[in-house]
Design a protein around this ligand. Sequence first.
Ligand SMILES: [Zn+2]
Length: 326
Amino acid sequence: MVEPLSSVVGQERALALLRMYIGAGAVPQGLLFSGEEGVGKEKAARAFAAALLCRKPGAEGACGTCPDCRLLASGAHPNFFFIAPETQFLRIDEIRALQEELALKAFSDRPRAAILCPADRMTPQAANALLKTLEEPPPGAHLILVAHRAAILMPTIVSRCQRIPFFPLAVGTVAEILSRHPDAGGDVPPPVIRLAAAVSGGSPGRALSLLPDLADEREAWLALFSNPSPAAAIKLAESWKGEGDAPGRLAAPLSLARDLTLLSSGGGADIINEDLREPLASAASRVPAGGWDAAFRELLSISRMPPQAQKRLMLEAFFFGLHGKG
Ligand SMILES: [Zn+2]
């Protein structure tokens, strides 16, 4: 499917620039879409490339119905190239193959669009080869570099490109995108979506990748808080050992502990994990007054520690401390 530019959410500044280029019919031959991973750069690059190839582009980008749009949607447009590294880095032969394709089609008067994604994973040889194309692009060829870490690109490459900056999104916007996403909406409880949005650093892509773990962790921690058996504590301690110290790793237990604190103090009108109100209320009543507040504070201070071995030990102590309280 050929998507319009408006399918990219929350990047109004970038979209305004792209619409301006299309409207003026003057599109730079080198473009650099820069910003955090997962904030919409690739989606925007695809929509923009579609607008470049479309016979009747409008303010929203490609029309979606002309022969070029239909060809692109079928995945067989001869003037569209999507270059992703086959291994860890884009290699010089992959850049050379693209150069040959672009040169081959130079007789056609139709525009050609190549997306390199991610362009910040390129060998130095590949980068030097690409630089030559950026210095003298074949007529009608447009190179769209998608870079999650533009700072590591060669400055000579950056200076040859018009930069289109993409920014982290607001938490509410990330949650909204997630709730409409086919991989997330429906099955995932809204509190888990909001948690993922909150710890995503403003990146819907990252939030999406965090969802399954957050859902599992929330379940495991609820089991521990509800019934702090040594078995539950050991299971959680083991999972922590396995996956290290990813950002937001304690988001799920913190949200549960916060809810437990509220519920045990007679509040709880606005708990985060609304879908778990019943099991949380019963867990809240299990511990004497002040117990959950202390647990929440302890967990909070652990979560604020930098990644280090001691953090894991403190967490293990926390797991077994809970058991003692139970
Ligand atoms: Zn079209």
